[in-house]
Write a protein that binds this ligand. Structure first.
Ligand code: UDP
Length: 253
C-alpha cells in the first residue's frame, strides 16, 4: 500500500490525506513550543490530546454541536472531515490570563463579569494578532452569518465545557477554537475543527488554582506530563496502565 500523502504540518499536529474523499487523518505529535517559541517535547502528550479531544468532540457532537471528528483510529490519530478552514480563531475567556492579562495589565485569575470572545487571525508570519469583526468582514475572512454561527457555537461549547470541567474540579479559564465550512451540495455548515485539549485550554484546579495545561511547559513549572494525565484521569478516560494502554487499530499506511 502506498504511503499516504501529508497535507499539512503544524506545531502540534500533522494532517494526512484520509482513506476516502472528504476525510483527513489528524496525527497528534508530542511537540510543543515554549514561551520563546523554542521547540520541546512533552512525552505522551499527543496520545493524551488525541483521547481528550476525541472524548470532548464526541460529547459536543452528542449535544448537537457539529464537529469535524469522525472517529479515533489509534493512539495518535483520528479520522476527521476535511473542511474549508476559516483563518480566524476564537478565544473564549472566563477568567483573565495569558495575553489578556498582559494586554490589559490585569492580574491573572481575575474572574470576568461575563464570558468574553476574542478573534485572532491565524497567521504564523505575524504571530496570530487579535483582530476585530471589522477586519474579518472587510477582508472577507468570514461573513457576518459565519461569525454569528461561530460565536453561537463558541458560547455553547463554553457553557458545556465549563460545566463538564467544573464537575471534575477544574476551572475552564480560557480556550481557543477553530472552525471550518462543510459543504453538502449547495448547503454549507460551520463546523468545529482542530482539537480541544490542555494544549488549547487553560485548566486550573478549582481548589488550589494549580495549572493543569500547556502553561506548565511554557512557564517551566515542572510535572508537565503528569498535568496532561491528570486532566484525562479526572475526565475518567485515562486507562489504568497510562497512555500506553490507549490502544486502537493499527496505524494506517
Ligand atoms: N491558545 C492556543 N493556541 C495559540 C494561542 C492560544 O490554543 O496559538 C489558547 C491558549 O492555550 C489559551 C487560550 O488560547 O487557552 C488563550 O490564549 P492567550 O490569548 O492568552 O495566549 P497565550 O498567553 O496562551 O499565548
Amino acid at each position: 500500500m502506498a504511503r499516504r500523502k501529508q497535507i499539512y504540518e503544524g506545531k502540534s499536529k500533522i494532517l494526512f490525506e484520509g482513506p476516502e474523499p472528504g476525510t483527513l487523518v489528524q496525527y497528534f505529535k508530542d511537540d510543543a513550543l515554549d514561551r520563546d517559541n523554542r521547540k520541546g517535547t512533552i512525552t505522551g502528550k499527543g496520545v493524551i490530546n488525541n483521547r481528550i479531544s476525541e472524548y470532548l468532540m464526541g460529547l459536543l457532537g452528542e449535544i448537537g454541536v457539529p464537529t469535524h471528528f469522525i472517529r479515533r483510529l489509534n493512539m495518535r490519530e483520528q479520522l476527521i472531515r476535511e473542511l474549508e478552514m476559516i483563518p480566524v480563531a476564537l478565544v473564549v475567556r472566563n477568567v483573565v490570563a495569558g495575553r489578556m492579562a498582559k494586554r490589559l495589565s490585569m492580574p491573572e485569575g481575575t474572574p470576568l463579569p461575563r464570558s468574553i470572545v476574542e478573534y485572532y487571525l491565524k497567521s504564523d508570519d505575524v504571530e496570530d494578532p487579535m483582530i476585530a469583526e471589522e477586519h474579518i468582514t472587510a477582508f472577507d475572512w468570514a461573513g457576518t452569518q459565519d461569525l454569528d454561527d461561530m460565536m453561537a457555537l463558541a458560547l455553547r461549547v463554553n457553557d458545556f465545557l465549563n460545566g463538564l470541567f467544573y464537575g471534575v474540579g477544574l476551572r475552564l479559564v480560557d480556550f481557543r477554537l477553530e472552525f471550518g465550512r462543510l459543504w453538502e451540495g449547495d448547503f454549507m455548515r460551520i463546523v468545529l475543527a482542530d482539537e480541544i485539549s490542555p494544549d488549547t485550554c487553560r485548566l486550573w484546579d478549582i481548589k488550589t488554582n494549580e495549572k493543569l495545561d500547556k502553561d506548565r511547559f511554557r512557564r517551566d513549572l515542572g510535572h508537565v506530563e503528569e498535568a496532561y494525565q491528570e486532566v484525562a484521569s479526572r475526565l475518567g478516560i485515562l486507562p489504568e496502565g497510562g497512555p500506553r494502554d490507549m490502544k486502537g487499530p493499527e496505524v494506517m499506511q
